[in-house]
Design a protein around this ligand. Structure first.
Ligand SMILES: [Zn+2]
Length: 116
């Protein structure tokens, strides 16, 4: 992967055609979607519902990238060659990320967002 600043406010990212670079690009797109959500929200995530919303957006963006590149890393991905896009799988991916981040916690942004 090669990141080139263009000095016009944009950044060009060149990615070679290997599997590993494609996975890195998918990660950048996923995390970039979170960054866009953070900018729109203008504050940190405050609830489990907001976590779910931004994870669904991020996995949806990732699925569109996977469709464009015609590849998947597993049959559980949001887009799989031959199977297409699955909102159900995107939601499951989002839930898995929340489980990794929050575990069984219901505190802070892992909770309802209501003040105790
Ligand atoms: Zn995420």
């Amino acid at each position: 992967m090669n990141v080139t600043p263009v000095f016009d406010g944009t950044i060009a990212i060149s990615i070679s055609e290997t599997r590993k670079s494609r996975d890195a690009a998918a990660d950048i797109i996923h995390e970039g979607a979170h960054g866009l959500d953070d900018q729109k929200r203008g504050r940190s995530i405050s609830s489990r519902n907001e976590r779910k919303e931004t994870e669904v957006n991020a996995y949806t963006a990732e699925a569109h990238f996977q469709k464009a590149e015609n590849y998947a890393t597993s049959f559980n991905d949001g887009w799989v060659p031959g199977l297409g896009f699955s909102q159900e799988k995107v939601k499951k991916q989002a839930e898995s990320s929340i489980l990794v981040a929050c575990g069984q916690s219901t505190a802070g942004s892992c909770g309802s967002g209501e003040q105790p």
